[in-house]
Each structure stands twice: as C-alpha cells, then as structure tokens.
Design a protein around this ligand. Structure first.
Ligand code: HEC
Length: 122
C-alpha cells in the first residue's frame, strides 16, 4: 500500500526527483533500457564496467568525471542530458569526440527514462 502511494505521488509530480536511484521507478528504468536498445547506444557503451568506444555507464551516476579540458563535473541528470543531446560539449578524458548527437531523436520523456536507467546502474 505504501509503495502504491509512493508511485502515485511520483507520477503526480511528473516524474522522479533528480537524485537517487531509489526514486526512479522500475517502469522508467525498463522503458529507458528499451530506448537504449532501440537507439543502439550499446554499440559504444556497456553497463558492466568494460569500455567500448565510449565509457561504461556502470557506476557513472553520482560520480565525478574528468573531461579532456581538465575540468571535473559531477554526474547528475543535467550532465547526462547534455551528454546525450550535445555530446561534444563535455568530452570525457581518454575518449574520442565521436559520439553522435541525439538531439531531436529522443522525446523528453524518453530522455528522462534513459537517465533513470543510467541512474540504476550501480
Ligand atoms: C558511436 C558511438 C556512440 C554511440 C552510438 C553513443 N555514444 Fe555515448 N559516448 C560515446 C563516446 C566516445 C563518449 C565519450 C566522449 C564524450 O564525452 O562525448 C560518450 C559519452 C557518453 C556519455 C557520458 C559518459 C561519461 O562517462 O561521462 C553518456 C551519458 C552517453 N555517451 C550516453 C549515450 C546514450 C544514451 C546513447 C544512445 C542514445 C549513446 N551515448 C550513444 C560514444 C557513443
């Protein structure tokens, strides 16, 4: 019952709060995984800690990433969103600037779901 109320409360305010994997609903995570499969992100990204063309997403949420220009950024929803829409804005150190932009290819709600999915990858 309590869990039901929590889900309703989250749905009512338009989605999970922007921090913490526990607040992301299982549904959003499942939808996010489907979007990732559909868009082919896993050609370049893994979720198990191994590297491909791009960095793994395992443990990415809430970490600090180092960029090629020496800056360090905290990984939150805004960072993930920017990384997907304008990948060349922040280049992760040690990786090529080759990720294509997904601007216009993901609905806002799909972006939120992908972010929920990445959040869940501890
Ligand atoms: C052609 C290969 C390729 C594809 C396809 C691709 N990416 Fe990337 N991605 C990269 C590379 C290379 C980087 C590292 C360079 C950079 O920061 O842009 C990266 C970086 C990222 C980062 C930042 C990672 C970090 O450690 O800070 C996120 C988040 C991300 N990609 C999400 C996605 C999502 C979501 C998709 C699918 C919708 C996707 N990528 C598809 C190559 C790709």
């Amino acid at each position: 019952m309590q869990r039901f109320l929590l889900v309703v409360a989250l749905a009512a305010c338009g989605g999970a709060p922007k921090s913490g994997a526990t607040s992301a609903t299982a549904d959003a995570i499942a939808r996010g995984r489907a979007v990732v499969d559909n868009k082919g992100c896993q050609v370049c990204h893994t979720v198990d800690g191994s590297q491909r063309v791009g960095p793994t997403w395992k443990g990415l949420w809430n970490s600090d990433v180092e960029l090629a220009d020496g800056k360090r950024l905290h990984v939150d929803a805004a960072y993930l969103r920017r990384s997907i829409i304008t990948p060349l804005a922040d280049i992760v150190v040690g990786f090529p600037p080759t990720m294509p932009s997904f601007e216009g290819q993901l609905k806002d709600s799909e972006l939120d779901d992908v972010i929920a999915y990445i959040q869940s990858l501890r």
